[in-house]
Ligand binder design. Structure first.
Ligand SMILES: Cc1cc2nc3c(=O)[nH]c(=O)nc-3n(C[C@H](O)[C@H](O)[C@H](O)COP(=O)(O)O)c2cc1C
Length: 336
């Protein structure tokens, strides 16, 4: 699917929504590979890297609607974007419709292709406030939030949901229908309930039921571990896209059909060095060490030397130390 078929800022600006209705995604059906939103991980450098490897669409880390409305500096940092990464969808979370609407209005002024609403986060501190996955058992509030976001956004609105609250309360098809009625233009479904957390098999049936209940694009998410598996899921379910989270960390090549999914050490190091380069360009010469270390060791997951490399990475105390170590690895490899 050509990325260009997704809404650009120009398209979005030209297609201002009617009150209560979001802007339409331009091309449907589509078959796209999407980078999932991951707090602490899917910042601008990582999104750009995934895009370079072929991701059709990337989601930002989740953004606190209250913090955005209050213009908190840490939160504004998350809005960092550029033309090269388009189309990007930025994700909001919150449980107050008015604040979510205000946050959507602010975000909508930014060069983003769309705004997503988080209805899947299982973190207790978020669920307790009624936000994230708590909305899977509160359809009335979910509807109010989606309506408020759509009304205040000049960009398409998407909603990321879970299968439901638990196995006794599977609500995805119903919530998806409500979302469509309130103006959402696409649904991403992590096909596990809040109680399932992040493990166990993905519920293909609930994805199919959700797709059957709406006419907007549905993106399937959960435990896709290779490009091939993503293709197979697209084919099996006939969904509009597949969304990949954890398996993309340390392996942005998952978005490329052409790359061997178990690449050589040289290939891994090259990808990591590009990641460091993007981080330095967009976050400054000394990007946050713990965040970068957390990305870096994952490039060696599943290799025989991976555990030893991880120990060395964890032992670095500064960003320059980490970078020097990765360059040393590259040199050693060339000499071997
Ligand atoms: C570290 C981490 C952070 C995440 N942060 C978010 C987030 O900010 N918003 C969201 O909707 N989902 C978030 N998720 C969930 C993922 O988007 C995705 O739904 C989940 O990991 C399942 O997909 P996967 O099996 O491909 O990883 C996060 C997951 C992880 C592992």
């Amino acid at each position: 699917m050509a990325v260009g078929a997704l809404p650009t800022n120009k398209d979005s600006a030209a297609n201002l929504p009617e009150p209560g209705k979001g802007v339409r995604f331009i091309a449907h059906p589509m078959k796209i590979f999407i980078l999932a939103p991951m707090a602490g991980c899917t910042d601008l450098p990582f999104r750009l890297l995934c895009k370079e490897y072929g991701a059709d669409l990337c989601y930002s880390e989740m953004i606190d609607s209250h913090a955005l409305v209050a213009q908190k500096p840490d939160c504004l940092e998350l809005l960092r974007t550029n033309a090269a990464e388009q189309p990007v969808i930025m994700q909001l979370y919150g449980s107050d419709p008015e604040t979510m609407g205000k946050a959507a209005a602010i975000l909508s002024e930014h060069p983003v292709a769309g705004i997503d609403i988080n209805m899947g986060c299982p973190m207790e501190k978020i669920v307790q406030t009624g936000a994230g996955a708590a909305l899977m058992k509160n359809p009335r509030l979910a509807e109010k939030i989606i309506t408020a976001v759509c009304k205040n956004s000049a960009k398409p609105v998407t909603v990321k949901i879970r299968a439901g609250w638990n196995q006794h309360l599977i609500t995805a098809p119903k919530i998806a229908r409500i979302a469509e009625g309130a103006g959402a233009q696409a649904i991403a479904i992590h096909a596990r309930t809040l109680s399932d957390g992040f493990t166990g098999p993905i519920d293909h049936l609930v994805i199919e039921q959700t797709m059957a209940n709406v006419s907007i694009p549905v993106f399937a998410n959960g435990d896709i571990t290779s490009h091939e598996q993503g293709q197979a899921l697209l084919k099996k379910l006939g969904c509009a896209g597949v969304m990949i989270g954890r398996a993309a960390l340390g392996a942005p090549w998952i978005f490329s059909e052409a790359v061997n999914q178990q690449p050589s050490m040289a290939y891994r190091i090259k990808a990591l060095l590009r990641h460091l380069e993007l981080a330095e360009t967009h976050l400054g010469p000394q990007p946050g060490l713990s965040k970068i270390r957390n990305h870096a060791w994952k490039y060696f997951r599943g290799t025989s030397t991976g555990p030893a490399i991880r120990r060395q990475i964890d032992a670095t105390n500064t960003y320059p130390e980490l970078r020097t170590y990765i360059h040393t690895l590259a040199t050693q490899l060339l000499q071997a």
